[in-house]
Ligand binder design. Structure first.
Ligand code: EPZ
Length: 421
C-alpha cells in the first residue's frame, strides 16, 4: 500500500492554488441526472471520489466526457437503470446523492445501504423521511433501500429536518425540483455547498429560494435543461493549507478562496495570534510574526466551526502556548487522529466528545495510520513539524479528497514524498 513520508520541513512559504470543492462537485454531478441535456461542470478536482461518481453516473446511463483539464460534460438522455451496484456504493457513501435525482426523474431509486465509516454510523433516515413526505414509498431491506413514487410522481410538501444534515438537504432538494407543487425544507443545512447546488439547479431551470438559510423553498417545475457551472473553491482544502502555514510558522498565499466560506477558521486562527490578510478571492497567512496561543474549538453545522477542520486544527493546537479544548458535536467518533498524534508525542486527553490538548508538544516522527480523510491531513501537518520522519499509511483516505496534495505541499517547501510498497 502507498505511504507518505513527511519530514520536518521548516516554515512553508509561497503560493498555493485551491481546487474546486469535493463536497460541492459530488452533489453537482448527481444533479446532472435531473436533465436529459448535457451539463458542463468546470473546476472539477481530480479526486478518487470524483472518479467513483463518474463510474456511478455511467452505470446509470450517463455519457461523461472530459472537456478540458478540470472540466467535464455529463449527459443522461436516458436513465437505463434506477439501481446502484453494491461494489460502487461500498466505496463511497456520497453515492446516496443519486437517490433524489433518480426518484425525481424516474420515480424509483434502489441502492445498497451505504454503511457507516470510521467517523460515525452515518444513518440516512432524514433523507428517507424527506422522500416519504414527498409521497414516495420507502422500503428498507437488510442491505438495500428503495424509494418508489406512485404514478402521480412526487408531491411538494413541508419537511422539517431534525438535524441540518448536508446530504439530506441536498438529496431532498434534488427530489423536490420536479415535484408537483412547492416544497419547504426547514432546519435545512446552510453550507456553501448547498448554495452552490441550488445555484446550479436554478441555472438548469429549477425554482429554488433560500439556499444558505435554514428554510429552502423549492417550486416544482416540469423539467430541467442542461447548464454550465463552475464549482466553488474547496473551503476545507483552504483551511488545511491555512493550518499548514500556521503550524510551520510560515507565510503562505492561498489563491482561489471564498473568504466568507472560511470565516470560522480565520476567526480562530486570529485568536491564536496568526496574522491573516483577506482579499476578494485570496488569503495570506502569516504564521511567522510572533507567539501563538491556545484557543477553544466547538464544531457545529455551518456557519459554525467546520467538523472537517477539527482534526487538522488539533494538530496545530499541539504546537501553541497553553492548553486548548476541542468539542466535536457533529460526528460521534471523530477523534481517531488523537491516538496517532499521541504516538508522535502529543499530549491529548479525551472524554466523550471533548478533547484537551496540551500545547508546546515536541512531536517526533514515527509510523502512523490515516484513519479517515481529514485525520490523514492532520497527520501530514503534524509530520511537517515533528522531528525526523513520519510515515503515514492508508493514504488512500487522503487522496479521496485532496487534489495534488503532495505536489502542493512540496511547492511550499515541504519535504513530503509518496512511496508505493
Ligand atoms: C457532508 O457529509 C460532507 N460530505 C462531510 O464531509 C461533512 O463532514 C458533513 O457533510 C458535515 O459538514 C460530503 O458532502 C460528501 P451530514 P454528510 O448528513 O452529508 C447525522 C469530508 O471529510 N445524520 O450533515 O454525510 C450524521 O450521522 C466529509 O469531506 C443523521 O443522523 O453529513 C452526522 O452525525 C466527512 N441522519 C450529522 O448528521 C441522517 O439522515 C452530519 O451529517 C443524516 C445525517
Amino acid at each position: 500500500m502507498a505511504k507518505y513520508i513527511v519530514e520536518q520541513s521548516g516554515p512553508l512559504k509561497g503560493e498555493v492554488q485551491i481546487s474546486g470543492a469535493k463536497n460541492a462537485v459530488l452533489p453537482l454531478m448527481a444533479a446532472a441526472l435531473l436533465s436529459d441535456e448535457a451539463c458542463i461542470i468546470d473546476d472539477v478536482p481530480h479526486l478518487r471520489d470524483v472518479s467513483l461518481m463518474k463510474e456511478i453516473l455511467s452505470s446509470l446511463g450517463s455519457k461523461i466526457e472530459e472537456k478540458g483539464e478540470n472540466s467535464i460534460s455529463i449527459c443522461t438522455e436516458d436513465i437505463k437503470t434506477t439501481e446502484l451496484e453494491q461494489e460502487l456504493v461500498s466505496k463511497m457513501r456520497a453515492s446516496i446523492l443519486v437517490m433524489g435525482p433518480l426518484l425525481a426523474r424516474k420515480g424509483r431509486a434502489r441502492i445498497p445501504l451505504p454503511g457507516g465509516c470510521a467517523i460515525g454510523a452515518r444513518p440516512i433516515e432524514l433523507h428517507l423521511k424527506g422522500f416519504e413526505i414527498l409521497g414516495a414509498v420507502v422500503t428498507k431491506g437488510d442491505d438495500y433501500v428503495e424509494a418508489v413514487s406512485g404514478g402521480q410522481g412526487l408531491i411538494g410538501d413541508q419537511i422539517y429536518l431534525d438535524f441540518p444534515s448536508v446530504g439530506a438537504t441536498e438529496n431532498i432538494m434534488m427530489a423536490a425540483v420536479l415535484a408537483e407543487g412547492t416544497t419547504y425544507i426547514e432546519n435545512a443545512a446552510e453550507e456553501p455547498e448547498i448554495v452552490d447546488l441550488a445555484n446550479f439547479l436554478n441555472k438548469m431551470g429549477a425554482k429554488i429560494k433560500g439556499a444558505g438559510t435554514d428554510t429552502i423553498r423549492i417550486e416544482g417545475v416540469k423539467q430541467l435543461h442542461g447548464a454550465k457551472h463552475t464549482v466553488i473553491p474547496d473551503r476545507i482544502e483552504a483551511g488545511t493549507f491555512m493550518l499548514a502555514a500556521a503550524i510551520t510558522r510560515g507565510a503562505v498565499h492561498l489563491c482561489n478562496v471564498e473568504p466568507d466560506h472560511v470565516k470560522p477558521i480565520i476567526a480562530k486562527l486570529r485568536e491564536c495570534g496568526v496574522r491573516i490578510d483577506v482579499g476578494d478571492e485570496d488569503i495570506t497567512i502569516r504564521g511567522d510574526l510572533g507567539p501563538q496561543m491556545a484557543t477553544d474549538i466547538k464544531t457545529l453545522p455551518y456557519p459554525g466551526f467546520p467538523t472537517d477542520i477539527q482534526s487538522p486544527f488539533m494538530s496545530y493546537l499541539t504546537t501553541v502556548e497553553g492548553s486548548s479544548t476541542v468539542i466535536e458535536t457533529v460526528f460521534e467518533n471523530r477523534f481517531m487522529h488523537v491516538a496517532q498524534l499521541g504516538k508522535m508525542g502529543a499530549s491529548i486527553e479525551t472524554a466523550g466528545n471533548k478533547a484537551n490538548i496540551k500545547g508546546n508538544s515536541k512531536l517526533r516522527g514515527c509510523n502512523v495510520i490515516a484513519t479517515d480523510l481529514r485525520a490523514g491531513a492532520a497527520l501530514v501537518l503534524a509530520g511537517l513539524v515533528a522531528e525526523g520522519k513520519t510515515e503515514i499509511s492508508e493514504i488512500y483516505h487522503i487522496e479521496r479528497g485532496y487534489e495534488k496534495f503532495t505536489e502542493k505541499f512540496a511547492g511550499l517547501g515541504a519535504t513530503i514524498t509518496k512511496v508505493d510498497d
